[in-house]
Design a protein around this ligand. Structure first.
Ligand code: NAD
Ligand code: TDX
Length: 344
C-alpha cells in the first residue's frame, strides 16, 4: 500500500526530519504534512531545504484535538514521531512527557480512529527496560545473550520510557477494541545528522569541537544498540506500507557498543587522546543494556540496515556536526549549563 498524503507528527525533530528527507528523496508521489510544536528539540531548519510543493509545515501541538481532527481528516496515513525524548529531562520534570507522549498520542489516535486513517506509532526499545551486562564475556558480551523481541515484557525504568510504554499500550488497545489501523515500531538508539546536542553522541562531538571535555556517565559500561537514522527511516517506510496491521516490529542493526568504547572511538576519530574526557555523575536508574532482535522485520518485510559499519556512520556524523556549526552553536552554552547544574 502506498499512501499519497502522509502526516509526520514531530517531523521537525531529529528522526522525524530524517524520515521526511527520506520520503522526499525516495517517494516522489507522496506529499508530507509536518505537524510539529517546535519545542526546544524541534527546528524548522531541519526541513527548510525541502521543496514546498512536497512538504507543508503546520505549527501545532498533537495534544490539540481540534487541530489533529483538521489535519488527520485529509490524510491517508499518520506517522507519529512527536514526543519528549530525553531521559535526563524526564528525571527533572516528567510533566511534558505525560502530556505529549501519553495525552498527545491519545488525541492523535482518536482522530485516526474517527476518519479510519492508517496510524504508525514510533516507539523505543526502552519500553522493555534493560538487559543484564554480560561481564563474563569479552567486551561485556555485546551482540550475544538475550535480546528484546516483540514478545518481551514491558518493564520501563524512567518517566520517559514509561510514558512511551503507556502510549504503546493505548495504540495496542485502540487497534484491538476500535479496529485502529495501527502498527508500532520500537527502535534502538539512533545517531546521525540533526540530532539535538543534549544526546550522547552529538553532545560529545560538539564538546570536542567547542574545546570542552566529553562527559561520560558513571563507569561507561552501559551498552546501547546503535542504528544510523537513515536505516530507521527505511524500516518505518517498509512497516507503514507492507507491515501487518496490529503488529509490532523491532528495529535494530546489531550495533551494540558500550558508552566508553563509543566515546573513545569519537576521541580517536577527532584526533584527541583516548582518555581526554570527564567521568560525571551517573543517571539515576540508568538502564544497563539494550539489544534488539530485528529478525521479524528482516524476515517478514525484507529490511536490512545499510550502515553495518558503526565507524563509517560515526564519521559521517562527526563531519556533519563539523560542517554545521551554525545549526548547533547557539544552543551549546545553554545545554551545557543545564547539565552542569545537574552535576553532569
Ligand atoms: P526529538 O526530541 O529530536 O524530536 C521530537 C520532535 O517532536 C521535535 O521536533 C518536537 O518539536 C516535536 N514535539 C514535541 N512535543 C510535541 C507536541 N506536543 N506536538 C507536536 N510536536 C511535538 O526526538 P527524536 O530523537 O527524533 O525521537 C522521535 C521519536 O522516536 C520519539 O517518539 C522517540 O521516542 C522515538 N525514538 C527515538 C530514539 C532515539 O535514539 N533518539 C530511538 C528510538 C525511538
Ligand atoms: O553526556 C552524556 N554522557 C553519557 O554517558 C549523555 C547525554 C549520555 N550518556 C550515556 C547515557 C546512555 O547510557 O549515553 C547513553 C546514551 O544516552 P542518550 O543519548 O541520552 O540516550 P538514551 O538514554 O539511551 O535514549 C535514547 O535512545 C532511546 C534516546 O534519547 C531515546 O529517545 C530513545 O528512545
Amino acid at each position: 500500500m502506498e499512501y499519497k498524503k502522509i502526516v509526520v507528527a514531530g517531523g521537525a525533530g531529529f528522526i522525524g526530519s530524517n524520515f521526511v528527507h527520506y520520503i522526499v528523496k525516495n517517494h516522489p508521489n507522496v506529499h508530507v504534512t509536518v505537524l510539529d510544536k517546535l519545542t526546544y528539540a524541534g527546528n524548522k531548519e531541519n526541513i527548510a531545504d525541502l521543496p514546498k510543493d512536497r512538504v507543508s509545515f503546520v505549527l501545532g501541538d498533537i495534544c490539540d484535538e481540534w487541530l489533529d481532527d483538521k489535519i488527520v481528516e485529509n490524510a491517508d496515513a499518520v506517522v507519529n514521531y512527536a514526543a519528549e525524548t530525553h531521559n535526563d529531562n524526564s528525571l527533572i520534570d516528567p510533566e511534558p512527557f505525560i502530556q505529549t507522549n501519553i495525552i498527545g498520542t491519545y488525541k492523535l489516535i482518536q482522530a485516526c480512529r474517527k476518519y479510519g486513517v492508517r496510524y504508525h506509532h514510533i516507539s523505543t526499545d526502552e519500553v522493555y527496560g534493560d538487559l543484564p551486562l554480560r561481564k563474563d564475556l569479552p567486551g561485556h558480551g555485546e551482540g550475544k545473550g538475550e535480546k528484546f523481541t516483540s514478545m518481551s515484557r514491558y518493564k520501563p525504568s524512567s518517566p520517559y520510557s514509561s510514558s512511551k510504554a503507556s502510549s504503546d499500550l493505548l495504540v495496542k488497545a485502540w487497534a484491538r477494541s476500535f479496529g485502529l489501523k495501527a502498527t508500532i515500531s520500537n527502535c534502538s538508539n539512533n545517531y546521525g545528522p540533526y540530532q539535538y546536542i543534549e544526546k550522547f553522541i552529538p553532545r560529545q562531538i560538539t564538546n570536542i569541537l567547542s574545546g570542552i571535555k566529553p562527559k561520560l556517565y558513571g563507569t561507561g559500561e552501559n551498552v546501547r544498540d546503535w542504528i544510523y537514522t537513515g536505516d530507521h527511516s527505511r524500516a518505518v517506510w517498509d512497516i507503514l506500507t507492507k507491515g501487518q496491521i496490529g503488529e509490532t516490529y523491532l528495529i535494530g542493526a546489531d550495533g551494540e557498543m558500550n558508552n566508553k568504547d563509543v566515546l573513545e572511538m569519537i576521541l580517536e576519530m577527532m584526533d584527541q587522546p583516548k582518555d581526554a574526557y570527564d567521568v560525571v555523575k551517573d543517571r539515576p536508574g540508568h538502564d544497563l543494556r539494550y539489544a534488539i532482535d530485528s529478525s521479524k522485520l528482516r524476515n517478514e518485510l525484507g529490511w536490512e540496515p545499510k550502515y553495518t559499519d558503526f565507524r563509517e556512520g560515526l564519521k559521517e556524523t562527526i563531519d556533519w556536526y563539523r560542517d554545521h556549526e551554525d545549526w548547533w552553536k547557539a544552543n551549546k552554552e545553554k545545554v551545557e549549563k543545564k547539565y552542569a547544574k545537574n552535576g553532569q
